[in-house]
Design a protein around this ligand. Structure first.
Ligand code: ASP
Length: 439
C-alpha cells in the first residue's frame, strides 16, 4: 500500500509543526512519498515564506539591496533546522540562492526555493530520499504542465525508491529553467505524485479537519463533510470553497485515487474523503453550500425571441467578442439573462450593450449589479423530494429575495442568485434548514 502525503504551509511553518508531521508520517508505513509546501504562517499576522521570496526577488531584480530580506528568510529555515537538529548546511544553500538572485534567475525560481528547502529539510529529518521536482515535473514550451513526460519520468524514478520527498509547487521548462504552478500549487504536485506511483490514497494535510459544509467565516463551526465526490467538489470549489487547489483533482481522478483531507493539528480526525463515486449517503440532503459575490445580470428582452433560431448564440457572441465569460444563462420565453463577473464586465459594459443591439435587435436591455450566486450542492438531492422547496421557503422566511434560480440537469446543484447584501443571510438560512434543524 502506498500513500502520498502532502503537507501545507501551516503544517510546516516551524520546527514544532515539522515534528507533528514527522509523527504522522512515521505512524503509517504506507506514507512513503511526501510532498511539502514552503513554510506558511506561524500566526495570523505572519508572512508566508513564498511571499517573502517574491518580495526579496523583486528587490534583487530591481537592482536593489536584498540582503536583509534574504537573511529574514534564512532565519525562518534556520529556526526549523536548529529546532529539529537535522544535519543540513543551510548557509551553503543560501549562498547559491543569493548568487542566482543576483544573476536574475527569475521570480519562479525564487518562489520555488521555499518548497525546495523545505523538501531538503524534510528528507533529512525523515531519512527519505530527496528528489528535486525540477528533475521529474515538466512544463512544455507554452508553460503548460506536460503530463505525459512527467508521468514517464516521475513514475520510473519513484519506482526505484522506497521512500522519497518531492517538493511541491514547481517543475522545469524544456530549457531547464524552473517554473511554478499557480499559488497553492503544491496540492497539484501531490496529486501528480499520487498518480505516478498509483497510490492507494492521496492524503492532503492542512490546518482544518476537512472540507466544511459552508464557509466558516459565515457559519460558526460548520460541520465537516465526511465524503464528497469529485463532481460535487468541483461545483463547490468553482463557487469559491477553497481547501484544495482546483487543478489538484484531475491527475488523481484519472486513476480513481481518493483524496483524504486531514488536519495536522488534529491527526485523529477522519477528515474529508473525496472520491469518484460512493454509495455512502451524505449526512444531510445537501453536501455543501458555497457562493460568490460580485456578479452582474444582463437581461435581454425581445418579443418572440424563442422562435428566432440562433438568438442565444448571437447574445453570447457579444460577450465572447469582449473576452467576457458567462456564468449562467437562465432564460424565459421572451427573455434571456446572462450572469457575468462584475469586475470583468464593468469596463466593457457599453461595448457589450452595443454588440447586443447590433446582433439581436432587442426590445430592452436591463443591467443589474451587486448580485451574489450561491450553489447548494448535493448528490442526495436527486433522490430527495422537495429540496428546492425547502431552500426557497427558508430564504423567504429570512426575507431574502431570490433573483435567479438555476438547477443543473445533473440535479447535483441548485444555483440561486440573490443581492450581495443578502448573501450571508441566505447561506445561514440554507445551512440552518438542512444541517441545524436537519429537515
Ligand atoms: N508555497 C506556495 C504558495 O504559497 C505553494 C503552496 O503552498 O502550495 O502558494
Amino acid at each position: 500500500m502506498y500513500k502520498v502525503v502532502k503537507f501545507g504551509g501551516s503544517s510546516l511553518a516551524s520546527a514544532e509543526q515539522f515534528r507533528k508531521v514527522g509523527d504522522i508520517v512515521r505512524a503509517d508505513d504506507a506514507r512513503r512519498f511526501v510532498v511539502p509546501s514552503a513554510p506558511g504562517k506561524r500566526f495570523s499576522a505572519d508572512t508566508k515564506v513564498t511571499d517573502m521570496l517574491y518580495g526579496c526577488y523583486a528587490l534583487a531584480e530591481a537592482g536593489k539591496e536584498f540582503g536583509t530580506e534574504l537573511r529574514a528568510i534564512q532565519g525562518r529555515y534556520w529556526e526549523i533546522v536548529e529546532g529539529l537538529g537535522v544535519q543540513l548546511d543551510i548557509n551553503k544553500e543560501f549562498e547559491v540562492i543569493k548568487n542566482n538572485f543576483e544573476n536574475r534567475a527569475g521570480s519562479n525560481y525564487a518562489a520555488s526555493r521555499g518548497e525546495y528547502l523545505n523538501g531538503l529539510i524534510m528528507a533529512a529529518y525523515l531519512g527519505y530520499e530527496f528528489i528535486d521536482a525540477a528533475e521529474v515535473i515538466f512544463f512544455d514550451e507554452n508553460g503548460e504542465f506536460d503530463a505525459d513526460k512527467t508521468q514517464k519520468v516521475l513514475s520510473s524514478r519513484l519506482e526505484k525508491c522506497h521512500s522519497a520527498v518531492v517538493p511541491g509547487f514547481y517543475g522545469s521548462m524544456p530549457d531547464g529553467t524552473v517554473k511554478t504552478f499557480s499559488r497553492g500549487g503544491s496540492d497539484i504536485t501531490g496529486s501528480i505524485v499520487a498518480k505516478a506511483i498509483r497510490a492507494d490514497v492521496y492524503e492532503n494535510w492542512t490546518d482544518v479537519s476537512g472540507f466544511m459544509v459552508a464557509d466558516p467565516r459565515i457559519i460558526d463551526n460548520p460541520e465537516v463533510i465526511e465524503t464528497i465526490t469529485y463532481r460535487e467538489l468541483r461545483e463547490l470549489a468553482y463557487m469559491g470553497a477553497t481547501v484544495l487547489h482546483e487543478e489538484a483533482i484531475f491527475p488523481v481522478r484519472q486513476q480513481g485515487i481518493p483524496i483524504n483531507i486531514r488536519n495536522t493539528n488534529a491527526p485523529d480526525d477522519n477528515g474529508t474523503w473525496i472520491v469518484e463515486s460512493t454509495c455512502q449517503k451524505s449526512k444531510y440532503v445537501i453536501t455543501g453550500i458555497a457562493g460568490k459575490k460580485g456578479f452582474c445580470s444582463i437581461n435581454i428582452e425581445k418579443d418572440r425571441m424563442n422562435s428566432e433560431i440562433g438568438f442565444g448564440r448571437k447574445v453570447l457572441q457579444a460577450f465572447e467578442e469582449n473576452g467576457i465569460s458567462f456564468e449562467h444563462v437562465p432564460s424565459g420565453i421572451d427573455t434571456m439573462t446572462v450572469f457575468v463577473h462584475q469586475d470583468e464586465f464593468m469596463h466593457k459594459e457599453q461595448k457589450v450593450v452595443a454588440g447586443l443591439h447590433r446582433y439581436t435587435n432587442p426590445d430592452t436591455i436591463d443591467i443589474e449589479s451587486d448580485l451574489a450566486l450561491i450553489a447548494v450542492v448535493g448528490r442526495g438531492m436527486k433522490s430527495t423530494r422537495g429540496t428546492a422547496g425547502r431552500i426557497f421557503s427558508a430564504l423567504a422566511h429570512n426575507n431574502v429575495n431570490v433573483k435567479m434560480i438555476d438547477q443543473g440537469s445533473s440535479e447535483l446543484n441548485i444555483i440561486i442568485g440573490v443581492e450581495n447584501d443578502d448573501f450571508e443571510v441566505a447561506i445561514r438560512a440554507i445551512y440552518d434548514i438542512f444541517v441545524v434543524t436537519k429537515l
